[in-house]
Design a protein around this ligand. Structure first.
Ligand code: FES
Ligand code: FES
Length: 158
């Protein structure tokens, strides 16, 4: 299969890579770029655990072809901390015990980060709606929702 050259920015860094047309964005992130924070689970759009931001919007990276991200800007969990400082959403997850096994955490961090940046004062219902479609088998969701609401408070203080 003929490979295609694509250029994109990921976590603020410009990249140029050659990919086969049938490879997914999830494959590009985990296997080509070795960014293992984004999780590979169902690979059919059911669990949401492969979610990243593509041009500022959450997408399930297992459902996007790598060739489609040519010219795009991608954010993964590895890009949340800046200059060694955790993002508000990461601090809030730690403080609220919103992580147990941690497998789902990168996706919830990405979606939580997205939500509080577009709406720094979300209601509980808006948080629930934002994380709808992301699967956590451990926490029962309450600590995650509390952490996202708390992270929004941090954002409003800064
Ligand atoms: S791995 Fe993409 S939705 Fe489950
Ligand atoms: S913390 Fe284990 S799946 Fe969410």
């Amino acid at each position: 299969m003929s490979r295609r050259k694509i250029r994109f920015k990921i976590n603020g860094v410009e990249k140029t890579v050659e990919v086969e047309p049938n490879k997914t964005l999830l494959w590009l992130i985990r296997e080509e770029l070795k960014l293992k924070g984004t999780k590979k689970a169902c690979e059919r759009g059911d669990c949401g655990l492969c979610t990243v931001l593509l041009n500022g919007e959450p997408v399930k990276s297992c459902l996007v072809l790598a060739v489609e991200v040519d010219g795009s800007d991608i954010l993964t969990v590895e890009g949340l901390a800046k200059n060694g400082e955790l993002a508000p959403i990461q601090r809030a997850f730690i403080e609220h015990g919103a992580t147990q096994c941690g497998f789902c955490t990168p996706a919830f961090l990405i979606v939580g980060h997205w939500l509080i940046n577009r709406n720094p004062n979300p209601s509980r219902e808006e948080v629930v709606e934002a994380i709808n479609g992301l699967l956590c088998r451990c926490t029962g969701y309450k600590p995650i929702i509390d952490a996202i609401l708390e992270a929004a408070k941090y954002m409003r203080r800064t």
